[in-house]
Design a protein around this ligand. Structure first.
Ligand code: ADP
Ligand code: ASP
Ligand code: MG
Length: 406
């Protein structure tokens, strides 16, 4: 019998009516002769609300307790769906992260899945239950509740699909699939029939939040077909797959944006060996991920150093950097959270020159100033002022010939 994993995101379970629609959909899949495991997110806005509450309780909430709090969002929806399915006459049971044996490391707020036992899960499935698992949560070897990072229910779903050897992992969300750019920002974005794991990894790492990046990593590693589709209609969505020989090899396959970064600049740093190590070691020791770094040399043996970090780590980064600035004799530390990164992505650009100049010219024509530039073989990213994000995505989408036909 086919085994289907179905994950429903926050907007799909935003209220009782929507959870009831999820129940109908899950029941239908079960009635069609599938075994079904459902992974749920919290109702949309609930995780944000809980984070806000915790910050009212303490300026820097304890990370262990914060995860215990955040996990309640998914506990609520999983129990509600199981209640509904049972009242509809189905055998169903909800499981929390530890009951589904989702073992993680102890990195609260951003824990990684180490293994999934899934014994109880399989047992329930063998006995024809619809199993509803609370997404986003796991537990460490000491039994502490952990969460998997924002958007982590996607990863719960794909990892559980891998653990039970599911035939497909369906990700139900509020858009019809994966598009060439965020369809809520770029009205001319095109829905992709298929996308490869690698391209999806790139898009996810550069801000396309439709799938959490770690979920794509799992899907690739265990070769799980992932179907991203709408929970509001029955249309086929986008298949994320291994190879995609059918897809036209475009120079640029998508445009992404990311408003979750902030920028920090050290002014007039003495230009000496060891300076970068002095600056970035304490930041990395604090567990903060630095993305882009640029260094500009000034006259007189001084240099300016600019880098980006996640907005959530901005305050801590500023504190650390100010301390370092005093030690190394830098003149000033500036910070800026009103920035965004727009990127053009595509394996097709590997052997092509000219993509960067099209990107820079396109932004220049709109008078959008580029604050930072980052490149790799398959992407070019520009940091710009946040207020130009939507405009930049749209003009780049057009410039690279990605617009849907009218
Ligand atoms: P869920 O709550 O279902 O997990 P998310 O909000 O995490 O949903 O992800 C879906 C959102 O991802 C869409 O509403 C869309 O705005 C955004 N998104 C960003 N980039 C893309 C893209 N390239 N294709 C589709 N959706 C995208
Ligand atoms: N509820 C969590 C979040 O908002 C996890 C998820 O929705 O995937 O990030
Ligand atoms: Mg999500």
């Amino acid at each position: 019998m086919p085994l289907v994993v179905q994950k429903f995101g926050g907007t799909s379970v935003a209220n009782i009516e929507r959870i009831s629609r999820v129940a109908q959909r899950v029941a239908k899949t079960y009635d069609q002769g599938n075994d079904v495991i459902v992974i749920l997110s919290a109702m949309s806005g609930v995780t944000d609300g809980l984070i806000e509450l915790a910050h009212k309780a303490a300026e820097e909430p304890d990370k262990r307790e914060l995860d215990a709090l955040l996990a309640t969002g998914e506990q609520t929806t999983a129990a509600l769906l199981a209640i509904m399915l049972k009242s509809m006459g189905y055998q169903a049971q909800s499981l929390l992260g530890h009951q589904a044996e989702v073992v993680t490391d102890s990195d609260y707020g951003n824990a990684r899945i180490l293994e999934i036992g899934a014994k109880r899960l399989k047992h329930l499935i063998d006995r024809k239950n619809i199993v509803v698992v609370a997404g986003f949560q796991g537990y460490d070897i000491k039994g502490n509740i952990t969460t998997l990072g924002r958007g982590g229910s996607d990863t719960s779903a794909v990892a559980i699909a891998a653990a039970v050897n599911a035939d497909v992992c369906e990700i139900f969300t509020d858009v019809d699939g994966v598009y060439t750019a965020d369809p809520n920002v770029c009205p001319k974005a095109r829905k992709l029939k298929t996308i490869t794991y690698d391209e999806m990894l790139n898009m996810a790492s550069l801000g396309a939040k439709v799938l959490q990046i770690r979920s794509v990593g799992f899907a690739k590693k265990y070769n799980i077909p992932v179907h991203v589709r709408s929970s509001f209609n029955e249309e086929e969505g986008t298949m994320v797959v291994n190879e995609d020989s059918g897809m036209e090899q475009l120079l640029v396959s998508g445009v992404t944006h990311d408003k979750k970064q902030a920028r920090v600049t050290l002014i007039k740093v003495p230009d000496q060996p060891g300076i970068a190590a002095n600056i970035f070691s304490p930041i990395s020791e604090a567990g903060i991920l630095v993305d882009m770094i640029i260094q500009n040399t000034r006259k007189g043996g001084k240099t300016d150093m600019t880098f980006t970090v996640p907005k959530g780590d901005f305050k801590r980064t500023m504190e650390i950097t100010k301390k370092v600035a005093l030690q190394i004799g830098a003149e000033e530390v500036l910070g800026d959270t009103d920035i965004a990164m727009v990127s053009v992505v595509g394996v097709g650009m590997k052997n092509h020159s000219g993509v960067a100049s099209v990107m820079f010219n396109t932004l220049a024509r709109e008078n959008i100033n580029i604050l930072m530039i980052g490149t790799s073989e398959i992407r070019i990213s520009c940091v710009i002022e946040e207020k130009y994000t939507e405009l930049a995505v749209r003009v780049l989408h057009t410039a690279f010939g990605l617009d849907a036909e009218e």
